[in-house]
Design a protein around this ligand. Structure first.
Ligand code: PLP
Length: 419
């Protein structure tokens, strides 16, 4: 309630509504400072109707409820995280004295079954540092999936900043790369006059562009064996490795046992506001610490951020299974909507990719716009594909509400187009 009142004091010259669907209330203010509490019905309410009943006019651009399904990066820190941040013991981490960073890094190294860990500002920096540590000689080459995050979404940093040559190999639909294709891509060391030198293989688990699918422990072990056989290192972009571990029912340290390094995002499914952690051997982390400083990622009192991450690890890893269930519920519901299609088998974790069926004569941008006007935020992947991601701040009721909006959106867009 305090939060509502503060918000009101800060912002309002005109009539505005606040609502909390889980409490089942909405509060409306007039510019004269009058307010009214409304009990919300179970079903989504039509805000224009209530607004005009009370005030006799319709406020512009108002939605009753926001359901943010763009990504699992959109979560807000919980009260417990904010409290931990406020009381965190901190010191200068560049000098190596921040006790809360030390606690987080120690815990993460143990959880992941590696010797050491290092907090970094983002997953992108975690991957960049890891690749650069393993590929420390100019002209090194990394074998990686052609549809992986490092190759597609990280600004080509390994090449532009690190001088590392990427050797993309086809990602299968499930996020794996065929082992024989990986082996075939390894350069012949006798051809060093012509070829870059293969140093590293990168995998991604879960594989985001494949809809959050999991790489099995058996597959990961086989890639690890191949790397060893050829004297290469294995790095895992484990932005969502806890999702994979939960979905596969394999302890996370076992899942990444074959990897020389792993980059784990704290600010995705587990809901911390900022940061990633990379893990590996003591030697790897010592080099990584130096590179983090080079890249400008050495920060001072990071215990503030690490405190939130420690709460996230404690509170939210256990909630991932429920995120996966919500994703399946969402997928099943969407498959009931004529014109939309989800490959239910691909929904292994918290992501759902939604395809618009051929002949439906609707476009993703139209659906996005229609949904946004009703407070449902989703990500457009292409003109025929949308993505939603579940996280701990989405309830079952949010899923049901979003599904009903999807149903209306498809009908609404089809009506507008005269289908
Ligand atoms: C699989 C994967 N790896 C790495 C990253 C990069 O993380 P960040 O956004 O923290 O740089 C992301 C971000 O979405 C991701 O999905």
């Amino acid at each position: 309630m305090d939060m509502f009142m503060n918000e009101m004091e800060r912002s309002l010259q005109m009539v505005v509504m606040f609502q909390n669907q889980s409490l089942g209330i909405a509060i409306w203010f007039s510019k004269e400072g009058n307010w009214t509490i409304i009990l919300l019905p179970e079903e989504p309410i039509v805000v224009e109707t209530i607004s005009s009943l009370i005030f006799g006019k319709v406020p512009e651009k108002m939605v009753t409820r926001i359901v943010d399904l763009r990504s699992d990066t959109v979560t807000k820190p919980t009260e417990a995280m904010r409290a931990a941040m406020a009381s965190a013991e901190v010191d200068d981490d560049v000098l190596g004295y921040d006790p809360t960073a030390f606690r987080l890094e120690t815990e993460m190294a143990k959880t992941m079954g590696k010797e050491a860990a290092l907090f970094v500002p983002s997953g992108t920096m975690g991957n960049l540092i890891s690749v650069l540590v393993h590929c420390d000689v100019r002209g090194s080459e990394v074998i990686l999936g052609d549809n992986c995050h490092i190759h597609i979404f990280e600004n080509g940093g390994i090449a532009t900043i690190g001088g590392v040559h990427p050797r993309p190999v086809k990602n299968n639909y499930d996020g794996t790369i065929d082992i024989d294709l990986i082996e075939a891509a390894i350069r012949d060391p006798n051809g060093e006059l012509l070829y870059p030198t293969t140093k590293l293989i990168c995998l991604e688990n879960t594989h985001a562009n494949s809809g959050g699918r999991c790489l099995s422990v058996e597959y990961t072990d086989r890639v690890g064996e191949l790397a060893k056989k050829h004297g290469l290192k294995l790095h895992i972009d484990g932005a969502r490795i806890f999702n994979a571990s939960v979905a596969l029912g394999v302890p996370v340290d076992r899942l990444v046992q074959a990897a020389d390094s792993v980059s784990v995002c704290l600010s995705k499914g587990i809901g911390a506001p900022v940061g990633s952690v990379i893990v590996g051997s003591n030697n790897f982390i010592a080099k990584a610490r130096r590179l983090r400083k080079t890249l400008g990622g050495g920060m001072r009192q990071i215990g503030i951020l690490c405190a939130a991450a420690l709460v996230a690890l404690q509170e939210n890893v256990g909630k991932l299974e429920s995120d996966h269930k919500k994703a399946r519920l969402f997928a099943d519901g969407l498959n009931e909507v004529k014109g939309l299609k989800v490959d239910a088998c691909s929904v292994e974790t918290n992501m759902v990719f939604i395809d618009i069926e051929e002949g439906a004569r609707i476009r993703a941008e139209m659906i996005c716009k229609y949904l946004e006007e009703r407070g449902i935020l989703v990500m457009q992947e292409s003109s025929l594909r949308l993505r939603v991601v579940l996280h701990h701040q989405i309830s079952i009721s949010d899923v049901q509400y979003a599904l009903s909006c999807f149903q209306q959106a498809v009908k609404g867009v089809q009506n507008e187009m005269g289908n």
